[in-house]
Design a protein around this ligand. Structure first.
Ligand SMILES: Cc1cc2nc3c(=O)[nH]c(=O)nc-3n(C[C@H](O)[C@H](O)[C@H](O)COP(=O)(O)O)c2cc1C
Length: 234
């Protein structure tokens, strides 16, 4: 089996602070962007723009944006949480509750201001802000469904190449909606008609990344042979 499967299996999210004094080299950055450039996209629309942010002042401004986590997030997040590794291993989907501050994992508890801040992300030397134009869509693609899938393909390409260069990577969704998105767009002079699709923290973990349980459904759980419900591929 070629190394590609190993790279896919070892790709992972690193959510801890990255060393701010250890930048991503231009050469590595170019390779990561080159991977994004060759991603498949519906109708070959290549429906993205990427702002590379490595200016410390701008990073700090973005990092200091205050926002509150929404009630919807808390409610829907709760449905996907496990409260022990055993529970997560059994469910095989979702995340460990311990990843979130207590008020984010307890419906009905109003987040206090400090904790409820989105804390958009821990320190990093480089951020990629991925933008798209929601008014441009692949033909007859309701809700730009195909365009959004295309952005996901691009995300994965960036991620796989970053990780294969030993560069740590975290998607940060919190900058892509509401007042936070508005503020990031203002700071970066993003034209009004573009939206933030997702943001990437890139860097090198400041300390050894802590062990973290990654679970996946079994192949038999999601594969169906010829007819839906006919489980497995034997
Ligand atoms: C569209 C999308 C949005 C995500 N948003 C976030 C996010 O805001 N913060 C975060 O830490 N991880 C985010 N993730 C990462 C997932 O939580 C992560 O991929 C999943 O838990 C599996 O863990 P792994 O990446 O280590 O395999 C996102 C992933 C995707 C594909």
């Amino acid at each position: 089996m070629p190394d590609i499967l190993k790279i896919i299996q070892e790709r992972r999210s690193v959510r801890m602070p990255f060393d701010p004094e250890r930048p991503i080299s231009k050469q590595d950055l170019r390779q990561i962007l080159e991977a994004g450039r060759w991603a498949p996209s519906a109708h070959n629309m290549q429906n993205f723009e990427i702002i590379i942010v490595d200016d410390k002042e701008i990073l700090e401004k973005i990092g200091n944006i205050k926002s509150r986590v929404s009630d919807t997030f808390i409610q829907e997040n709760y449905q996907l949480l496990s409260f022990s590794e055993e529970e997560l291993l059994h469910k095989k989907v979702g995340l460990l509750g311990a990843m979130f501050p207590p008020s984010w994992r307890t419906p009905g508890v109003k987040p206090v201001v400090e904790e409820g801040r989105s804390r958009p992300f821990p320190v990093c030397p480089t951020l990629l802000i991925v933008l798209y134009d929601p008014s441009k869509r692949a033909p007859a693609s309701e809700g730009d469904f195909l365009g959004i899938i295309s952005l996901g393909c691009m995300m994965e390409n960036l991620w796989l190449v970053a990780n294969s260069l030993d560069i740590d990577f975290q998607i940060v969704s919190a900058l892509a909606s509401g007042l936070v998105e508005k503020e990031v767009k203002r700071i970066l002079a993003v034209p009004e008609h573009l939206k933030i699709a997702f943001t990437v923290r890139l860097g090198y973990a400041a300390a050894a990344p802590s062990r973290y349980l990654r679970v996946r459904r079994d192949m038999e759980d999601f594969s169906h042979h010829n007819h839906f419900g006919n489980k497995g591929i034997d």
